[in-house]
Design a binder for this molecule. Sequence first.
Ligand SMILES: Cc1ncc(COP(=O)(O)O)c(C=O)c1O
Length: 351
Amino acid sequence: MTAAPTDHAPVDLRSDTVTRPTPQMYERIASAPLGDDGLDGDPTAQALEATAAQLLGKEKALYVPSATMANLLAILAQAQRQEIVLAEAASHIYVTERGAATLTGTFYEGIAGVDGAMDLGLLEEALAPGRNKLRTGVVCLESSHNNAGGAVLPLAHMQAAFEASKGVGASVHLDGARLMNAAVALGVPVSRITAFTDTVSLCLSKGLSAPMGAVLAGPAAAIQRARGLRKLLGGSQRQVGIAAAAGLVAVTTMVDRLADDHAAARRLAHGINRIQGLSANAPQTNIVQVNVASSGLDADRWEAALRGLGILVRPWGKQLLRCVTHRHAGEREVDLALDAFRSVAGHADAD
Ligand SMILES: Cc1ncc(COP(=O)(O)O)c(C=O)c1O
């Protein structure tokens, strides 16, 4: 198969992490009041933490370098050695992180789920106290759910998981790397979602477009512990307001526009489903999973062929591609991507 040359800049659908800071972020960075976050505090980081705590409906929040660290701190702060951390089996925390198992002595158990939602019967079974069982310290939820094609946890599911967990004294942590996408998709204030959690992480550098950083929010005591653990892990920084300034713009101005990303994802999925040999999920948020099993090419070959046409995507297993829409990949870029998908599908048929 030969790829035609492209006459457009690459369309990067690999992730919403590729988004660049907005002009307003650069302005805020330039004028941000700064201090030493490791000494007596950085005022811009403090402002971000206060804003995020209020937005997420929690007592306190902590600015951290990444969503991975926010999730790790939540678990370290709430699960003791020899306790179990339960997470949906395809969740980012279970599949990609498990940091607390490496660093302390907690044990992760995956609970099978559908569309990112754990089977509640299996969750209750896992939580049930038993004479020869380790105690569960934390139950982790994820919404929107990365590996489930950006699926959003229904509030009723979150409430049931929360009540089951609290019934045995376990904490609930929400991996909200893309939580604002979930809130926009559900059409509810984000605090309605976080009401069914003790702690929540929120990534600022995905669809919200900040260049770096995440926040962890929760009860004052847990966030106090997380602050100490952040230092221990080397995540305490100095004039961190430089980065937090962009985060403030992210949480205060970049949420509503996520609806555009969701519309672009629906447009992409709709177009994909009209191409012979391909099928896509019905995206609730900004992640489109393209199944290439019936196309005659595997995911790696699709990725290479699309790259040749200036469209960047990520293989997500042998037969699946992941495409993520974001601020730099809207309607026009989706249409360019669809042209490329059609072209590769045409050549694949001819192979
Ligand atoms: C659901 C989820 N949680 C956590 C993370 C980790 O984020 P980061 O790599 O920014 O630490 C990711 C990254 O893709 C994610 O998709």
